[in-house]
Design a protein around this ligand. Sequence first.
Ligand code: ADP
Length: 548
Amino acid sequence: MSLMGQMMQMPLLISSLLTHAARHSGDTEIVSKRVEGDVHRTNWAQLAVRARKVAQALARLGCQPGDRVGTLAWNGYRHLELYYGTSGSQLVCHTINPRLFPEQIAWIVGDADDKVLCFEINFLPLVEKLLPHLGRVQHFVLMAGRSHMPASSPIPNLLCYEELVEAENGDYVWPQFDENTASSICYTSGTTGNPKGAVYSHRSSLLHAFGAALPDAMGCSARDVILPVVPMFHVNAWGLPYATALVGCKVVFPGPHLDGKSLFELFENEKVTFSAGVPTVWLGLLTYVKQNNLKFSSFKRTVIGGSACPPAMIRTLEDDYGVEVIHAWGMTEMSPLGTLSKLKSKHESLDEDSKRRILEKQGKVIYGVDMEIVDDDNKPLPWDGKASGNLVVRGHWVIDRYYRNDRSPLVEVAGLDGQWFPTGDVAAIDEDAYMQITDRSKDVIKSGGEWISSIELENIAMAHPAVHEAAVIACPHPKWDERPLLVVVKKPGGELTREQMLGFFEGRIAKWQIPDDVVFVDELPHTATGKLQKLKLREQFRGHQLPA
Ligand code: ADP
């Protein structure tokens, strides 16, 4: 007979994070730049009270355990109150990406079957427009005070968030329930077909928060001031709403104000030490600081992920601004953290260039996630840093299946235990277990039976001083099947010809991998989460004639 452990049984519930932060870091600030334009200050203790009032208010509206509550909101304290008020009271927080096409938003709200929809004032016109398609939503809540309520609206019985909160007394005890209960839903951006829902549990979210806070992950501490640029509607802002409560640090929310100037001012005024976001937001911030000859006084580290961070961006942030870049990889289906790039102690003695080459990779997994690369028959490939194949993962915070879809997405891997989630990414893993993404399987360029990494070509182009942004897509080719086409946005005032750009690749990559052509454009299309939209770009250049 085995001996059972004799420790307390406490379910891993999201509400416990907030209770912890309120009890032990109650006076630590939460600062939000609001949609309304002003800066709002609260702290973990006050936020916990208001989150309990939100739970009471939602119960008063008739919400039952398991009901979904949709949010259309920027990063801010009210959104955080909803995160905790919903999940904490056994409701499911459904964060919706407002940058999706309106039809997709309506589809997602319907698929999730949101009972309540909470949204900020700038999304009022959107919700009014979508109203005919939101038939199953029972309550609409405008996340604002009475003075911002519209005099009239086609939305029947539009509720005022502040009034709902103020009507409650906060005398509420977070219920205890099974830690495997759903806490939130996030939809993938659905670059092909309809978006798919990933349903997180309390347990997966808590374990992910522990993992995220570790020193070799985001390394969050009570001494940090954390500004999540990554939106709370994008995979729970990479877990920061939970990890910040777990460590009890100060949090700064930028609201919708994500331009370089607003971000810089907020970083400086609030003494931000740590941030996280996709590469495109840092492009804007870096352009602003450079143009104005500014330096950061408190900003020390940032996680960059969501799409490949160009090495040139890492260099600029580290060498010119003293900001450590932690390159990270993950996806909606993984809550999202998979790998982060931090050195091992055996790397400490390497020269700077060798260290950097390691840190430019997407990194090593944190405990809780395992990964493997496999060939098309799901047989593992060697970890030699050269062989690249389909990346599969498994772990405590990786989805088992998609919402409302009984077909398992998982695969078996020859010789390994369990079932694995195929990420759709192509990667290599080196001898030290560092993973490097070569491409998304649908973006890789197949030239004469060989694969060319679009990311590698983009990284080279981005290192040219006159290049602001670059994308590489496959162009059909009569002989080679596909050949790379480089699409470039020049920096303001940047001088660059097609020949100069192509010449820049010489000696930096094998000759046969150099793009066949370069096109200059004013702007590249981005997805709702700020990533390059290759599908759209491929459509845009469908008829493009490569030079003979
Ligand atoms: P969506 O699929 O909705 O765009 P995700 O945010 O889930 O949203 O995107 C996950 C994908 O983003 C990954 O599968 C990978 O292709 C890409 N990605 C994320 N981080 C990185 C990174 N650091 N380098 C390269 N690609 C990345």
